[in-house]
Write a protein that binds this ligand. Structure first.
Ligand code: NAD
Length: 418
């Protein structure tokens, strides 16, 4: 199957399993989704009609702790995608060393076609479907594409009604009023900016001489661009699903951020010119940051990539085939499981705060996030150097997977699996 994210996720695992010389039984166990909740949820529309939506929650592996992963509302969601994303969550939580397994949820819907009250009914119906499978010590969902703090608030309310008790730690990415953490909204972008800093130090380059193009200007892309801009990098392009906003001298990201928030488009922004949406991928920049959806860089467009390196802020934005081509060109790819882990790290902090009923200031959240991301980068980099001594074709993804898979296998063994 072409660009099937589950095939990509499996391929990446098989690749590292070979390097680590894992036995077949262990590999099969790691490939297995432990539990998949599937259903159709019925939502009453404002006009009285009932509409049905396909929905899933995939729980990949819980050896290291409760499942953890976002909920995606998108018309392109498939069961394969949800499973792949849950598998990536297992590795991501292991790479950054937080005590979780991997999960992910999805509903096939274009939320833009729903009114706010319809969206709320959909969110509540989804929680009804998965309620018995989640819990603060079982599976802890969070926002992903097209879901946000407001939706988490509705979902928490529904869950607490079903179980008949307060349990704020069942979901993260909540509004502050319901036990959300300071710093969660911007956490993924901020975490990515810490990884960028560590990487640029390794490249021995000055920030102002590093040009960056960011694909996607939603939660992840916009905050990543904002922090990178604040830290002195030259962001020459940002894009959304309609346009690329480009200025070779560098964009003022704060202004672009406010403009996009006010107008929902880059059209008419005075500080840059508009190019087609896909143009962002082929710009000649030091670092390309795909921060939209998976498969953005694939075997069809990989020959058009002109960036020196790639920082994956979306999940699975570079397909394995495309990665082979890029690796042969010595383009380093900072893998999603490391680069975009900031969101789940602050989700973890939120959960810890919920369990303790003791809340931290934003500065404390940022400092703890930086410490964890810096440590994860350093471990992945040294594993990369180790693997590179064995094979010149080694990648940072293999290094991250190597650490993650060893950790999960270690936890399975410690549980008595053999
Ligand atoms: P979002 O819905 O806030 O934003 C998605 C952005 O992508 C929007 O700007 C949209 O216009 C843009 N987009 C969609 N199709 C595009 C295209 N073809 N070309 C260019 N831009 C396009 O979603 P998000 O939360 O920012 O998530 C983005 C990615 O990051 C996803 O892969 C998600 O799984 C991943 N991620 C999110 C988080 C999080 O905390 N939100 C954490 C880790 C990973």
């Amino acid at each position: 199957m072409k660009n099937n994210p589950l095939e990509s996720a499996k391929q990446q695992l098989l690749d590292i399993a070979k390097i680590l010389e894992l036995d077949k039984k262990t590999v099969d166990r790691l490939l297995k989704i432990e539990n998949l909740v599937s259903g159709e949820i019925s939502v009453k529309l404002d006009n009285g009609r009932i509409q049905k939506f396909k929905a899933w929650r995939s729980q990949h592996n819980s050896a290291c702790g409760p499942y953890k992963g976002g909920i995606r509302f998108h018309e392109g969601v498939t069961v394969e995608e949800v499973q792949a994303l849950s598998m990536w969550m297992t590795w991501k939580t292991a790479v950054v060393g937080i005590p979780y397994g991997g999960g992910k949820g999805g509903v096939v819907v274009n939320p833009k076609n729903l009114s706010k009250s319809e969206l709320q009914r959909l969110s509540r119906a989804y929680i009804k479907l998965i309620a018995e499978h989640i819990g603060s010590d079982k599976d802890i969902p969070a926002p992903d594409v097209n879901t946000n703090a407001e939706i988490m608030g509705w979902m928490l309310d529904e869950y607490e009604k079903i179980v008949g008790r307060k349990e704020p730690g069942v979901l993260t990415g909540k509004p502050l009023e319901l036990g959300g953490s300071k710093g969660r909204t911007e956490a993924t972008g901020l975490g990515g900016s810490y990884v960028l800093d560590s990487f640029v130090k390794k490249l021995k380059k000055q920030k102002k001489n590093v040009s960056i193009a960011v694909q996607g200007f939603g939660n992840v892309g916009s905050y990543f661009a904002k922090f990178a801009y604040k830290n002195g990098y030259k962001i020459v392009a940002v894009s959304d699903s309609k346009n690329t906003l480009y200025n070779e001298k560098g964009l003022n990201i704060d202004k672009a951020f406010d403009y996009k928030a006010a107008n929902d488009t880059f059209k008419g922004f005075p500080g840059g010119k508009l190019l087609p949406a896909e143009a962002v991928l082929s710009l000649n920049v030091d670092i390309l940051v795909p921060a939209a959806l998976e498969n953005a860089v694939n075997e069809e467009n990989v020959s058009k990539i002109n960036a020196r390196h790639i920082l994956e802020m979306a999940n699975g934005p570079v397909t394995p085939r495309a990665e082979e081509v890029l690796t042969a060109k010595k383009i380093l790819i900072l893998p999603d499981v490391l680069a975009n882990a900031g969101g789940v790290v602050v989700s973890y902090f939120e959960w810890v705060q919920n369990l303790q009923n003791y809340y931290w200031e934003k500065e404390e959240v940022y400092a703890k996030l930086k410490k964890l991301m810096d440590k994860a980068f350093a471990s992945v980099w040294s594993e990369f150097e180790r693997l590179s001594k064995v094979s010149k074709k080694s990648t940072l993804r293999q290094a991250a997977y190597s650490l993650a898979v060893q950790k999960v296998v270690g936890a399975m063994k410690a549980r008595g699996e053999n």
